[in-house]
Ligand binder design. Structure first.
Ligand code: SF4
Length: 107
C-alpha cells in the first residue's frame, strides 16, 4: 500500500532563482499586493494542494514561503494549470501558458 509522502523542496539554487525572479517582478511593478479575499482564496487552494509542505507553509514545487508569496499580485502558483485564480497583473493567457520548469522551460 502506498504511503502519502511529504513533498520535498526544490534545490537551493532553484529556490533562489525562483525567489529572485518573483521579487524582481514584484518590485518592478511597485510591490502590488492582492486583496484580502484573493489572499485567503490562494491560501485555501494551497491548503488543499498535495504540493504543500504544511509544517513550514512552503510550496513543494517552487519552495516559496506561501504566506508571503500569496500576497504578491505578480506571483502565480507554479502548478500547471495554476491552482490560483488569475490576478490583474497577469493576463489569462500568461496564466495559462506560463513556463513549466518540470517540462524543461526556463523560469
Ligand atoms: S502555490 Fe500552487 S503548487 Fe504550490 S502549494 Fe500552493 S496551490 Fe500548490
Amino acid at each position: 500500500m502506498a504511503e502519502d509522502k511529504e513533498p520535498k523542496l526544490p534545490s537551493f539554487f532553484k529556490m533562489a532563482a525562483t525567489f529572485t525572479k518573483e521579487l524582481a517582478a514584484y518590485a518592478a511593478k511597485g510591490a502590488p499586493n492582492v486583496s484580502a479575499e484573493s489572499y485567503i482564496k490562494r491560501l485555501d487552494a494551497c491548503n488543499s494542494c498535495p504540493f504543500l509542505i504544511k509544517d513550514t507553509m512552503r510550496c513543494g514545487k517552487c519552495g516559496c514561503l506561501l504566506e508571503q508569496k500569496a500576497k504578491w499580485r505578480t506571483s502565480d502558483c507554479p502548478a500547471t494549470p495554476s491552482k490560483w485564480e488569475p490576478e490583474m497583473m497577469m493576463s489569462d493567457d500568461e496564466h495559462k501558458t506560463k513556463p513549466n520548469p518540470e517540462d524543461g522551460d526556463k523560469i
